[in-house]
Design a protein around this ligand. Structure first.
Ligand code: BG6
Length: 505
């Protein structure tokens, strides 16, 4: 029942989900320990969870509720964003449950269904549950089948809502993504399927829409008449860690280009949505994804790279093929750069240069909109030697903010002009630290708000961009770069051929 005294427009009132359970599959995995459980604690700490809320863990362990609670406590203490408060944990942990079993184990799933039913009386939860599949993609089909078989995916049967959260990778190409979409949409009602792209949960990514559509300053120049090119960089200083088994079959293009980077590109390039409702935003993003032009000559306009041993932040690190569990002859890319276009009037002939890589000099994700040079410069050539293109740089992370770079007169007697920067930093402008992406996304799942979740059509359109690249790369060897360098030389040459260079991120 809605509260008549509660005005949805009133920003002082936090959005709080109805009483519900969050069921996490793969609760002992990295994602659950480092992101999901800490995010749940942070939400509890911020008072954003309903009083009746249960976390239910499922994994192949012979555990009781207390064992899971111990793991969850450690995970929250180590990785939560907000300060530790014992009373918050005490309240949360009184509602932590565990069901042990393998994904093939019918009895374990029957027990899970019973546990959910029993929460009606023991915890006052009238059937609402979200199932978070934090598990390897090959386990999706069997878990979905179990959820259907037991009736747990059925809204009517449960008497509340039943939602499913699917982590990326969402398929490994268009074909497998379609199969997976069909499978999930078959088990759950399509509107109850939440596909996670955690980049959309980041404040700085959501701010792209505010920056573009809440201001009058940028939109008039946000097009091919004024924009020379767009660069999107996602650099990581880390290697592949302990994820060789996953990463070596995937590579950078499938790991982050297909999702995070194409989503960033869609937000930068999309038209104004008619509202900020999920459907309206999805419509505009999808139009961009469908209008992306894949290079005709993939060899010219893409670069795959793989890191050799080198130095990152003063530390000697192994090369990719020397990492644990990576085959010595692996041809998987750990770096990708690609030149894409968007086939519409706004972006005709504007290149979108996108790059991502592991073991680059430092961690930085940014979007740089590079403007054309002024059509005429009434200055002595020597006075504008230090003047570059105007740039608007959206720093997604770290050091979150937005920077505007433009020319200014150097104080003195000459009319010398050089680039300066105007800088907005979240840390200075706002008192509250931004929530973690997973806090926002888990909360939205529990509330039922799909705005920040890509739908199946977006996922499929993104594979339509990546599949032709993957096909053209078959049998090719990646270019090499030393760990600690900004990727292979060929990526610099790709831009140099067009008279451009990568921004020093
Ligand atoms: C994940 C990728 O989706 O994003 C990882 O699978 C990558 O390879 C990670 O390291 C980066 O996330 P963030 O939020 O640290 O930029």
């Amino acid at each position: 029942m809605t509260n008549p005294l509660r005005d949805p427009q009133d920003r002082r009132l936090p959005r709080i989900p109805e009483p519900c359970a969050l069921v996490i599959f793969g609760v002992t995995g990295d994602l659950a320990r480092k992101k999901l459980i800490p995010a749940v604690y942070d939400l509890a700490n911020r008072g954003l969870l309903p009083p009746s809320f249960v976390v239910l863990g499922f994994a192949r362990r012979d555990w009781g509720d207390d064992d899971f609670s111990t793991l969850a406590r450690r995970a929250a203490q180590e990785h939560a964003r907000t300060p530790w408060r014992e009373e918050v944990w005490t309240r949360l942990s009184s509602n932590i449950r565990f069901v042990g079993g393998s994904f093939e184990d019918d009895a374990a799933f029957d027990q899970l269904a019973e546990t959910l039913d029993e929460l009606r009386d023991s915890a006052g939860i009238p059937g609402n549950a979200a199932f978070y599949l934090s598990i390897p993609p090959k386990a999706f089909p069997v878990v979905l089948k179990q959820l259907s078989r037991t009736g747990m995916a059925d809204n009517d049967k449960s008497g509340g809502w039943r939602r499913v959260v699917v982590e990326k990778p969402f398929g490994s190409d268009l074909e497998s993504a379609r199969q997976l979409n069909a499978l999930v949409d078959d088990a759950f009602t399509p509107r109850d399927v939440f596909r996670i792209d955690h980049y959309l949960g980041k404040e700085t990514v959501q701010n792209i829409l505010a920056l573009r559509f809440a201001n009058s300053l940028f939109e008039p120049v946000w097009n091919a008449n004024y924009v020379d090119s767009v660069q999107i960089t996602m650099a990581e200083d880390v290697g592949i860690g302990t994820r060789a088994g996953f990463y070596d079959t995937v590579g950078t293009a499938r790991d982050v280009l297909q999702n995070h980077l194409l989503q960033l590109m869609a937000l930068v390039a999309m038209e104004e949505p008619t509202s900020f409702q999920a459907d309206a935003i999805r419509t505009e993003k999808l139009k961009v994804l469908n209008a992306i032009v894949v290079p005709k000559d993939v060899k010219e306009d893409t670069v795959r790279g793989q890191y050799l041993t080198g130095w990152v932040a003063g530390e000697r690190v192994p090369g990719y093929t020397e990492e644990k569990d990576v085959p010595a002859d692996s041809k998987t890319e750990t770096y990708v750069a690609v030149r894409l276009g968007v086939q519409n009037r706004r972006w005709a002939r504007v290149p979108f240069y996108i790059r991502a890589g592991k073991r680059l000099p430092r961690r930085v994700t940014e979007v740089a909109v590079i403007f054309k040079q002024a059509p005429h410069l009434p200055f002595q050539p020597a006075d504008v030697e230090m003047l570059g293109n105007n740039q608007l740089v959206i720093r997604v992370q770290p050091d979150e903010g937005v920077m505007l770079k433009f020319g200014s007169k150097v104080p003195g007697t000459a009319m010398e002009v050089r680039d300066i920067a105007m800088d907005f930093q979240y840390g200075e402008a706002f008192t509250d630290a931004s929530p973690e992406a997973y806090e926002r996304l888990i909360l939205d799942v529990l509330i039922g708000d799909k705005t920040l979740f890509p739908d199946s059509a977006e996922v499929e359109a993104s594979w339509n961009v990546v599949d032709p690249l993957e096909d053209a790369w078959i049998g090719s060897s990646p270019e090499i770069y030393r760990a600690g360098e900004w990727g292979p030389r060929a990526a610099d040459q790709m831009l140099a051929r067009e008279g451009r260079h990568w921004r020093r991120a």
